[in-house]
Write a protein that binds this ligand. Structure first.
Ligand code: ZN
Length: 324
């Protein structure tokens, strides 16, 4: 340890579009942030080499003599956390069966740990968010898709092959909409951003605030427009927002009932819309939870913003380094 006791980790975040890196200290302060296009079609080796360079430039911001524990990588999945081997990742085409863990470790001469982005977001909340020290915490992201990360009894729940936490496919409404995977009435198919827009499109009347926001073209409707139009008094949009609150309440209520977390943290673009009517969302979750949650539910919105993935990656490194 340095005299101050501060440790450092290199953190990387790989999404289908962008990847980012930073040096993170044990208080969550970041330096040397960088971001480049992922370009997953160039293949995992090319991406790994470019990510290593991005991490290397972040590393240069470390103070002299800093204790650098290793590298944490947050990535879109699914993947096996021990080896970092991808398992048919939908947004990283051609990466199935491959890992960048050995090549990154060799390039940087540091241990590398890799985790699924939603699981690491949950981990970040237990260290840097509003629930420091929480032993049971669920993070649910509601945006283009719906995903989740689960910390139970202080451990990351990754499942037999790294596929745990797919809360987006919890059934919330049978006989309703299907997601891209094809399951009937799941959380993602009925409450993700594209799902909200789709439901509004089908109910589009061609008049009122929603039509004005979309320039009269239902194809242009986004979930954000639906929330805005609802606040402007559009009855169709209000109906879709009501349905969304109910669908989200069913999904989140099921998670409370199963895991009994100290904290259920939600984040993602759709949450910005849902947050406008926070009390209504809370009531919907309560209505779909067991009676023990009727007085209070441990629901919060994340305050870590876009940094959540890098913070989660850093915390993975701090945590695994302690266990070496
Ligand atoms: Zn589904």
């Amino acid at each position: 340890m340095t005299s101050s006791g501060t440790q450092y980790a290199l953190a990387g975040d790989i999404g289908g579009t962008n990847m980012r890196a930073a040096l993170v200290d044990s208080s969550g302060r970041m330096t040397g942030r960088g971001s480049i296009d992922t370009l997953p079609e160039r293949g995992i080796d090319d991406v790994s080499a470019r990510l290593a360079r991005l991490l290397e430039s972040a590393r240069k911001t470390a103070p002299t003599g800093a204790e650098l524990v290793g590298v944490g990588i947050s990535t879109a999945g699914p993947l096996r956390p021990e080896t970092g081997t991808y398992d048919h990742p939908p947004n990283l085409t051609g990466w199935h069966g491959k890992t960048m863990k050995p090549s990154l470790s060799e390039s940087l001469s540091l241990p590398v740990w890799i985790g699924h982005d939603a699981t690491l977001a949950a981990l970040a909340e237990t260290r840097f968010g509003d629930h420091v020290g929480a032993e049971n915490l669920i993070y649910v992201t509601i945006s283009t898709g719906v995903g989740g990360g689960i910390i139970a009894n202080s451990e990351m729940v990754t499942g037999a092959s790294g596929g745990a936490g797919e809360v987006g496919h919890l059934p919330v409404r049978t006989g309703a909409y299907r997601c891209n995977v094809g399951c009937d009435g799941c959380f993602e198919g009925n409450a993700s951003g594209p799902a909200i827009a789709r439901i509004a499109r089908e109910r589009f009347t061609g008049a009122g605030p929603l039509s004005n926001l979309a320039g009269g073209d239902p194809a242009k409707i986004t979930s954000r427009m639906v929330f805005d139009a609802a606040d402007a008094g559009d009855p169709v949009a209000q109906g879709v927002v009501d349905l969304t609150h109910e669908n989200v309440g069913i999904g989140l209520g099921a998670l409370l009932n199963i895991f009994n977390p100290e904290a259920l943290v939600i984040g993602g673009g759709v949450v910005q819309g849902l947050q406008r009517h926070w009390t209504r969302l809370q009531e919907s979750v309560k209505a779909h939870s067991l009676p023990g949650y009727r007085n209070a539910i441990p629901l919060t919105a994340t305050r870590l913003g876009d940094d959540v993935s890098l913070l989660g990656a850093a915390q993975l490194a701090f945590r695994q380094a302690r266990r070496m």
